[in-house]
Write a protein that binds this ligand. Structure first.
Ligand code: NOJ
Length: 412
């Protein structure tokens, strides 16, 4: 069967600063990598900080018309009040090169990492620290000229859960009640950034939205609450200004988002646990298929896109991807997910773009360099080696259509 995408649909790839740039020495992740609290060091990562020209050239050659990346707050402000002009100019150059090549930039302001100096003051756990965030956003307004899409935060709930609830990631807290305080302050930070930047840019939020379903009918109610806690209460609060948490409702202030970015990878099945526990205790349906252990569930993207359309804002699939050593599996993954994106479009969901995670293999946080998400392999001396999937995706983006050989996918 054939699928057709409109001419203005964005087809891009996604990356994040700490995962590709290398030598991001001024943030909290780098610090915990050095002191041995994290199992892997990012080091030079993909050396993108030096190879950015080649990488942009490569994207253009492959035929992608959009690119999502993040700017690193700690490079721009390595110390409190100290502005790094060189970093600012480098990001400017990246944006200008992308525009020159006809690649639409989509920029994330916060993708998991924060300046170490900011974290030492308590980071997002303290509302009074939002003044530092505001200074950064103010600078970003100059930096981002010409950019269309700006996302304030990447996956705020994953950030909160990993860093403050399970304590697997910096800053290794592990306190449920405080985790929801951080969530509330991130909502306030989003509101501040939206107020400062909207009008000049389309300012949205990028949310991880796994498909969350009960393991059996007996856990239907718990699964619904986990789904709300992880997927929807944050987004509801962006607009309503009221954040529902297991510890009561917190007033964060009414705001807006000009678009919603959806990061979709997998399905979480929830058993009979406490809903807060359900945030990190779930099942992948008996087996995991990717290098991350995640189940491949293409039809889930249709379901979450439909559910996210309740906010009546344009939607971008800001991440979707697979870690695998089998590139044929990646091609199949992309085709199947695009099929379900097309179904959502056909059913009236306002999806405006799709960004594959990731352009190239990179530093997968606490999993290091093992998981291979890239369309492009990073070989010895950082050599970029496009895989078959990179070409396949290039053909899709150029022709704006796709043929599926395996017939209809199941409907969730
Ligand atoms: C979501 C995150 O935004 C990104 O940083 C990460 O590498 C991918 N998922 C894959 O796990």
């Amino acid at each position: 069967m054939k699928i057709k995408f409109s001419d203005n649909f964005l087809f891009g790839t996604a990356t994040a600063a700490h995962q590709i740039e290398g030598d991001n020495k001024w943030n909290d992740w780098w610090y915990y990598e050095q002191v041995g609290k994290l199992p892997y060091k990012s080091g030079k990562a993909c050396n993108h900080w030096e190879l950015y020209r080649d990488d942009i050239e490569l994207m253009a050659e492959l035929g992608y018309n959009a690119y999502r990346f993040s700017i690193e707050w700690s490079r721009i402000f390595p110390e409190e009040g100290k502005f790094n002009e060189e970093a600012f100019n480098r990001y400017r150059e990246i944006i200008e090169l992308l525009l020159e090549k006809g690649i639409t930039p989509s920029v994330t302001l916060h993708h998991f990492t924060s300046p170490l100096w900011f974290m030492r003051k308590g980071g997002f756990a303290k509302e009074e620290n939002l003044k530092y965030w505001e200074q950064y956003v103010d600078k970003a307004a100059d930096l981002l000229k010409g950019v269309k899409l700006v996302a304030t935060f990447n996956e705020p709930m994953v950030y909160v859960m990993m860093g403050y609830l399970t304590a697997y990631w910096p800053p290794f807290w592990g306190d449920a009640e405080k985790a929801f305080t951080v969530e509330a302050n991130i909502l306030r930070a989003h509101r501040i950034a939206h107020e400062l930047l909207s009008g000049k840019f389309e300012v949205g939020i990028v949310k991880s939205l796994p498909l969350i379903r009960p393991l059996s009918p007996a856990s239907a109610e718990v699964a619904r609450e986990v789904d709300n806690l992880q997927n929807w209460y944050f987004l509801d609060a962006v607009f309503s200004g009221e954040l529902k948490t297991p510890f009561g409702t917190v007033r964060t202030g009414e705001g807006d988002a000009d678009f919603i970015g959806v990061n979709y990878y997998t399905l979480h099945l929830i058993g009979n646990v406490d809903p807060v526990e359900g945030l990190y205790r779930y099942d992948f349906g008996g087996y995991g298929r990717t290098q991350m252990g995640w189940k491949i569930c293409p039809e889930g993207i249709y379901a979450v896109l439909k559910e996210a359309s309740r906010y009546e804002r344009p939607i971008y699939v800001t991440e979707n991807g697979i870690a695998t050593l089998n590139d044929a599996e990646r091609i199949d993954f992309i085709a199947r997910h695009l099929y379900h994106v097309a179904r959502a479009l056909r059913d009236g969901v306002d999806v405006r773009g799709y960004f594959y995670w990731s352009l190239m293999d990179n530093y997968e946080w606490d999993k290091g360099f093992e998981p291979k998400f890239g369309l492009v392999e990073v070989g010895a001396n950082f050599r970029r080696i496009p895989r078959e999937s990179a070409r396949f995706y290039g053909t899709v983006t150029r022709e704006r259509r796709l043929e599926l050989n395996h017939g209809e996918e199941p409907t969730p």
